[in-house]
Structures are given as C-alpha cells and as structure tokens.
Design a protein around this ligand. Structure first.
Ligand SMILES: [Zn+2]
Length: 497
C-alpha cells in the first residue's frame, strides 16, 4: 500500500469591512465539492489540487481528498459555514490512518468567532493527528500568516506569482516536500518574519518591481542545504485583525542556523521599499480623460478599477468609473462586471433588443465609490452567466455569474451580473457577446489578476481608485483591531521594523 495522504481545499479571503457575511451558499456559488467531484472539476487545471495529484501519481501514493470549497472574497465566514467546511475534513482525519495531511488554504479567512480561520483549522487538525504527523499547507500569497499556523504545520508554501499563474506548480512543490518528510529524508519546520504594514508589499506585484528580485532571492536561498521553501506573502490589507500584514516564511530543517535570518532579510527589503508604489492610481475623472484622448490602434485602453475589485471583497457595484466614462461619452467600450443582482433579475423579465431604463449599481454602500446611476440602454444579452475560463489563471475552470445581462448604454456595453467575480479572463466578456480585443476602451474591476489575460491584448493599461471598499486610501476604513502603529496609517517616524 502506498503512502496515505489526507487532503482538502478550503479557500477564503475575508474582507472584514464587507457587511455581508459569507455563508455556505456563497461557497456553493463558487464551488463546494466532495473529493471525487473536486478531482473531476479541478484535478487537471491551474490548481494546487492538480499539482498535488501530479506528485501523488508519480509516487503512487493514496490521496483521500475530502473537500474543495471556495467562496468569493467577502465578509466574515459564518460559524455555521466554517463548521460545515471543517466537519468532513476532521471526521476523515479521525476515522482514517494517515501518513500525512496536505491542506490547500488561502490564508486570510476570518470567521465570526475566529480571527485566524486557518490557524483554527490547523489547531483542530493537529489535535486529532497528534504532534508528529507531517502537515503541509499551500497558501495564496495574499495570506495573512499567523504564528499559530506556523506552529501547527511543518510545511507552508505560498504561490510565487501575482497574477496567480503557478497554482499547480505550488501544489507540486508542497506535495514533494510532504513526501520527503514522510519518507524521513527531511525534518522541516517553518519560521516566520513579519512587518507592521497594511500595504501589500509593492502591490504584491510579481510582474515588475522589487518583488521580482525578492522572488529571485527566495529561489537562491532555496538552493542552500536544509532550506526547502521560501515564501513571500504580500498579505491582504482589508482585514481588521491583529495578524494582518506581509510575512516571509522559511521552511527549513528543524533548528537550521540562518533560517530566521533569511526570513528577516527579505522582510527587511519589503519594509525598506514599503513606499515604492508600482501603480499610479488615477481618479475616475482622470481615467475618463485618458479614455477620451485615447487614440487606439495598438489594442484597447484597459482601465482597471482597483478599489472595486470583487476579488478582494469589494462589492463590485461601484458606479463612479462607469459614470465618468458615460459622462465622457466614450464609444466602442465595454465595462464589467457590475455586480447588481436586483438589476440582473429585473432584466431577465425583458427581451433582447428592448430599450430599458434602470437604476444601476451603487446600492450597497454609496459612500464607497458612488450611488446608483440611472441609465437607458438596449439589452444585448440575457441569461445564466456560466463561463469556462480560457486564460492562464482559470483556464478550464467554471465560474457562474448567476443571472446576467449586457446592456448597451451610449457607447458602452455594460456586463451586469448577480454573483461577484473579478475580471480575469477574456471569456468573461466573450461569453456574453462582447469582444474586448476589438473594443476601444475596456473598463474592468480587478487589481492585478486581469493583467494575465488582458495584458497581452492591451494597447495601454491604467489603474484607478474609485474610492470603493478596497481603496488604497486606508484612512477611509475604520481599522480597530490592527496593531498600532502600522504603516501607512501611522507616521513612519513612530514605526520600526
Ligand atoms: Zn491572491
């Protein structure tokens, strides 16, 4: 019999400022699958699970995968949802005999009762399997990683890219380390360095800027004897919790001299370059002006609304950018997604080709990114918004927008959906009859992931901050629990690394 490994995938990035709790229905809306269904849907795509299965096949080990669950980033996970996600995992842990456990986690889950959702999952798992069983964890680099997580798991390995295009590769890396631990070849632990920052380290970007060199440093350190993985987490700032902020993790041989120093050296670099901002955040009016003057020719102007990214727990219904583009009378443009289930449901009762007037967006929190706007336009698409990704991040994976409509208002095709997803795949437009390649201007809601698919077709990319919930103006958010002082809320002179 092969090595027996228990695996699960439980993913949530919790924006504690989002007023809507994340319940089990929100997981069902993205995916909530038992083991066989998860392997069928996600076992051969850009997922950590696929990478784990690659390694399992190579080593002929027995994988028992119990659950794959993910909800769109949103408010705190309810206690009932959290318990429902943990139950099949913990019951499998109790009822089986295991050589190792591998959990694929995001690493920024906050629940109604636990600030550190992943720490709690790991604490419960450790209590069942005992102090010595190898536990390995893969993480999103937007993880807020706590000391508890590092105490409970020997191996923690984060993705190295943003946009996240190396999920499968990360699954392979973490599974290989688990296999080597089970075989007795290595005996790892993970140490952590932390800096008091809300800001994602240089936006977390790995396509340009200091993170490129940092990741290269990390790979170079991994060549040292006894150093197995160096993970850099830019963190997730929209969480009002004690353990918010960037961390560097070093998974190395237990008590290896120099492991903590590696983590601190990279963390120092994050700290020292904290003010190196890689994005220029335009106001919506500045963005609309750029759109007005855009000559085109080399591909569309892409305008990303950073602040209203549903992929970071913003509501996705901010109207400030759309309103500015409509006011500027931008032609041959598309915009999406605008998350407005009420409008999408109302539109389903109409017909394609019909002219409609409706109140759009801005219904959740008008103080963040603008209130509803009244528009009149022609319906161009109606139906259930199911998309299979074609790009580098979600290629082959299904996403469901729920009831969906496209309404052309002025020169802009507006994609109106019910279930929130950020824009990170061309097919999220193409499925609904919109061709972003041929557009003059594309307005979309995403911070950075859009670059993977939209970068190659773009004539130019600009980023704006509409003032929506994920604004980089953190003073607009009511942080209560983060440790003070913290950058950038407090004067730099009062801070030390
Ligand atoms: Zn992420």
């Amino acid at each position: 019999m092969g090595v027996r490994i228990l695996t699960a995938e439980i993913y949530h990035e919790t924006n504690t400022f989002n007023i809507f709790p994340t319940d089990i229905a929100d997981f069902e809306n993205r995916y909530l699958l038992d083991g066989p269904a998860a392997i069928a849907a996600r076992g051969d795509a850009n997922t950590e699970l696929a990478g784990v299965l690659d390694v399992a096949q190579l080593h002929e080990c027995d994988i028992t995968h119990v659950i794959s669950a993910s909800a769109g980033p949103g408010g705190r996970v309810t206690d009932s949802a959290f318990e429902a996600l943990c139950a099949p995992l913990l019951s499998a842990a109790k009822s089986g005999v295991w050589d190792g456990v591998l959990l694929m986690l995001h690493g920024a889950m906050v629940t109604a009762s636990y600030e550190d959702g992943e720490g709690e999952i790991l604490r419960r798992m450790r209590a069942i399997v005992g102090p010595d069983l190898p536990i390995a964890v893969s993480l999103d680099p937007h993880a807020n990683v706590t000391a508890v997580m590092c105490e409970q798991a020997q191996i923690l390995v984060s993705l190295t890219t943003y946009p996240h295009v190396d999920s499968r590769m990360t699954g392979r890396r973490v599974a290989e380390l688990l296999m080597r631990t089970i075989s007795g070849e290595i005996n790892p632990e993970t140490v952590r360095a932390y800096r008091p920052m809300l800001e994602k380290a240089n936006g977390g970007r790995t396509d340009i800027g200091p993170m490129v060199e940092r990741q290269a440093m990390a790979r170079a350190f991994e060549a040292r004897k006894g150093v197995y993985a160096v993970s850099i987490n830019g963190a997730f700032p929209c969480a009002d919790i004690r353990d918010v902020g960037p961390t560097v993790l070093v998974t190395a041989e237990v008590a290896l001299a120099g492991a903590q120093e590696i983590a601190e050296e990279i963390a120092d670099d994050i700290w020292n370059k904290r003010a190196d901002c890689l994005n220029t955040y335009l106001s919506v009016d500045e963005a609309a002006l750029v759109a007005r003057n855009w000559k085109g020719g080399s591909g569309p102007l892409i305008i990303a609304d950073y602040a209203d990214n549903p992929g970071a727990g913003a509501y996705g219904d901010s109207t400030a950018l759309l309103g500015a583009l409509l006011d500027a009378d931008i032609q041959n443009a598309c915009f999406g997604p605008l998350i407005d289930a009420e409008a999408a449901a109302l539109l389903q009762k109409k017909s394609i080709g019909e002219t409609v007037s409706l109140k759009l967006g801005g219904k959740t929190a008008p103080q963040y990114g603008g209130g509803p706007i009244c528009v009149t336009g022609v319906i161009k698409w109606l139906g259930q918004g199911v998309v299979i990704g074609t790009g580098p991040i979600i290629g082959g994976q299904k996403r469901d927008y729920g009831a969906t409509a496209v309404v052309q208002v002025g020169g802009i095709d507006i994609l109106i959906v019910s279930i929130a997803h950020q824009m990170y795949d061309l097919n999220q437009f193409e499925m609904f009859g919109i061709n972003p390649r041929e557009a003059h201007v594309v307005g979309l809601k995403s911070m950075q992931h859009f670059r993977a698919a939209f970068g190659p077709i773009a004539g130019r990319i600009i980023v704006c901050d509409s003032g929506a919930l994920c604004t980089v103006n953190y003073n607009l958010l009511d942080y209560q629990k983060v440790p003070r002082p913290i950058y950038p809320l407090d004067e730099v002179s009062s801070l030390s690394a």
